[in-house]
Design a protein around this ligand. Sequence first.
Ligand SMILES: [C]C(=O)[N][C]1[C]([O])[C]([O])[C]([C][O])O[C]1O1[C]([C]OP(=O)([O-])OP([O])(=O)O[C][C]2O[C](N3[C]=NC4=C3N=[C]N=C4[N])[C](OP([O])([O])=O)[C]2[O])[C]([O])[C]([O])[C]1[N+]1=[C][C]=[C]C(C([N])=O)=[C]1
Ligand SMILES: *[C@@H]1O[C@H](CO)[C@@H](O)[C@H](O)[C@H]1NC(C)=O
Length: 316
Amino acid sequence: MKQIHKLPNLVLPAITALGICLMLPLLYVIKFTDFILRSLFPENMKGKVVVITGASSGIGEHLAYEYAKKGAHLTLIARRKESLKEVAEKAGQLGSPDVLVIPADVSKVDQCKQFIDEVVDHFGQLDHLVCNAVMGILCAFEDATNVTNFEQVMDVNFWGSIYPTYFAIPHLKRSRGKIVVNASVAAWMINPKCTVYGASKAALINFYDSLRVELAPKVSVTIISPGYVESELSQGKALTKQGAIEVDPRFRKMMQGIPFESTEDCTKAVVAAVCRGDKYITEPWWYNAFYLLKILCPEVMEWGFRLSNSNKPRTS
Ligand SMILES: [C]C(=O)[N][C]1[C]([O])[C]([O])[C]([C][O])O[C]1O1[C]([C]OP(=O)([O-])OP([O])(=O)O[C][C]2O[C](N3[C]=NC4=C3N=[C]N=C4[N])[C](OP([O])([O])=O)[C]2[O])[C]([O])[C]([O])[C]1[N+]1=[C][C]=[C]C(C([N])=O)=[C]1
Ligand SMILES: *[C@@H]1O[C@H](CO)[C@@H](O)[C@H](O)[C@H]1NC(C)=O
């Protein structure tokens, strides 16, 4: 009987498998009904206040346009003030009644506290916080000249979402608002040359899945997982092995044949999902097929990536 502690290894998986088979049909009926109801009564964004980090380009920029079309007040955060101003002007033309531009670095905790305070001072409320600022990587882990180069990726992608979220929570609870976080399919995909990037995104998903439970039912959380979408990032803007941010044109060459979704299509789907109150959205949707592959036959995915990785040029 010394082996009794091993019994759960046999019993628990069997009970779980049986339970899943019994529950699945009912669960899907409930999920489907819930989806229809939420689609019929999406959140009306007129007069709501939305903060978007990383709004100076790519998905963040186009999210601003999409929210503007729905009549939301906007606050745009990124480091490049001039680009933010251009986005703000266009958002105003598209229908946003008031756009606030705050240049800030989301990896600095004081600046995050400051911009959330500024938003609430200016608008009196905060309804959606969209954490979208990002730093990519295109460098094999062992090639980095200094391992501390990777800290800035965690600082922007992970802490740069956590800090503004912390300061926004009291205001979001008051408005029964939403947190939208830009993760990535990289969170579960195998990511050669993007190891720390993928890890930062996996950390975000785990963090926000847990936070959703802590804040329910007052604040809801939507996790976005974009696949390849047109942006500066998908043009190859990334951290090099020397720790600088540069655009590597070879990235796009390497990706020849992969369909990149347009930023407009992606952000339209995202804002619709957020207003509906979805918990997750993967865009473009066909990436879910890879998720099945990862869960059911991870070896196949690994072989595929080993093949393609061995053909790739070394990145600088
Ligand atoms: C919905 C949403 O949002 N989405 C998104 C998309 O769009 C993208 O793409 C992605 C990427 O990754 O994401 C999501 O995403 C995000 C964003 O990105 P993008 O857009 O791509 O990128 P770009 O263009 O590059 O942009 C960026 C931004 O950010 C910012 N920043 C940086 N850093 C910083 C900032 N801010 C603040 N602070 C700091 N530090 C910039 O600006 P500046 O001016 O600052 O420089 C800009 O704006 C993210 O999250 C990512 O991750 C995602 N994704 C995913 C996947 C895929 C993808 C693609 N694209 O493909 C993406
Ligand atoms: C790596 O970078 C950090 C800070 O950027 C520096 O303090 C450290 O001395 C560097 N280490 C090596 C081995 O170059």
